[in-house]
Design a protein. Structure first.
Length: 360
């Protein structure tokens, strides 16, 4: 029987997207072995994360197919880098003319890809659709809302995200499939050994501009860490490192700075830590996957269901609120999954194939 082909172009640019892309690449490979319709995946890396510890190492350790091209956009203002990405992605789309464009999450890479595809009338697949922090001052919120409204297929990690889309009038092409990051965690859990230290420790990541770019805010966070009852390990984002040095913020002896962690090393620290402190989006979920409570140093979250089950506490950047959450965070949480069964990638591919067949 003659095999047909479905061409997808996957756009990635930031480290969480590399992990999500690895789940889809494995699901595509499995599908191609079982189905007549072959999915041909072309990966475009925008270069949004360009440090080797935050980019190349992920492709290597997760066995993700090498990008067809790297746009090497690098850093800059939101408008500058999004514009450059839009231009570069449009060029690739015009040359390749894929059947679908596949994007993840809420980064500038996601927004640029969605805009480029929509204007060239190429249907968009949005994985991790429907998340809302309800704060339009967050660049990520703007990115995810626009992407959702431009997408043809929207894959939600939970019923809460489906409800968010419905409130905005988006109901066609919406599917609750579970969370691809949960797929990734289950897949790699057998490959890791938990970090073992003599004393208990918390894992902390701080990287958002709204946390790092004001001296008062960043000082407040690291002053709170100094009063944590256990050691705090901080894989340091390049932006945070730069601002700590710029503001001359002195670190407490209980705060240990390490370089950004490759994905598997991060999982090892998650499994070994007592709790998590972060301003990240994805790490809030990953803490839950490992049964660890998370103190979120933001004023809102796109993972409100974790707050509702008492796995996540939103404390902002106020020193006292962060410190008051330490004792709460030490207790583990129930990890009965609210994000699917670890097969989101396979379900997504099945929906893509089915939708593609109906449009032929």
């Amino acid at each position: 029987m003659k095999k047909s082909a479905l061409n997808t172009m996957t756009i990635v640019g930031a480290r969480p997207q590399f992990v999500k892309a690895s789940v889809l690449s494995r699901a595509i490979d499995r599908s191609n072995k079982l189905n007549t319709t072959q999915i041909i995946e072309t990966i475009i890396h925008t270069g949004q994360h360009y440090d080797s510890n935050m980019s190349n190492v992920f492709f290597d350790e997760l066995s993700i197919p090498k990008p067809f091209t790297n746009l090497n956009i690098g850093s800059g203002s939101h408008g500058s880098i999004t514009g450059k990405m839009l231009e570069g992605i449009e060029r690739e789309l015009q040359q390749k003319r894929p059947d679908w464009v596949l994007v993840f999450g809420d980064t500038n890479s996601t927004l640029a890809a969605a805009l480029a595809a929509a204007k060239l009338h190429i249907p968009i697949i949005h994985i991790e659709a429907g998340l809302r922090s309800f704060n339009r001052k967050m660049p990520e919120e703007v990115n995810r809302v626009i992407t959702d409204h431009l997408s043809t297929l929207l894959f939600c990690p939970s019923e809460a995200s489906r409800a968010n889309l419905a409130r905005e009038g988006i109901t066609n092409g919406v599917h609750v499939v579970g969370d691809v990051m949960y797929d990734a965690t289950l897949y790699h859990r057998s490959q890791i050994t938990p970090v073992h230290r003599e004393d208990a420790f918390a894992l902390c990541t701080i990287h958002r501009a709204e946390t790092t770019d004001e001296k008062k805010t960043l000082t407040s966070v690291f002053s709170a860490l100094a009063n944590c009852p256990i050691e705090v390990i901080v894989p340091l984002h390049p932006r945070t490192k730069k601002m700590l040095e710029s503001y001359k913020i002195k670190l407490s002896r209980n705060v240990e700075i390490v370089p950004p962690l490759p994905y598997l090393k991060l999982l090892e620290h998650l499994q070994g830590c007592d709790f998590v402190i972060t301003d990240s989006g994805g790490l809030q979920k990953e803490a839950y996957f490992f049964g660890k409570r998370c103190i979120t140093v933001r004023h809102e979250t796109e993972w409100n269901e974790l707050v509702e089950i008492d796995a996540n506490k939103i404390v902002g950047t106020d020193k006292n609120k962060i410190e008051n959450a330490f004792l709460w965070a030490i207790n583990p949480v129930d990890t009965t999954s609210i994000y699917g069964n670890g097969n989101a990638g396979q379900i997504i591919i099945q929906h893509i194939l089915k939708t593609h067949q109906t449009t032929l």
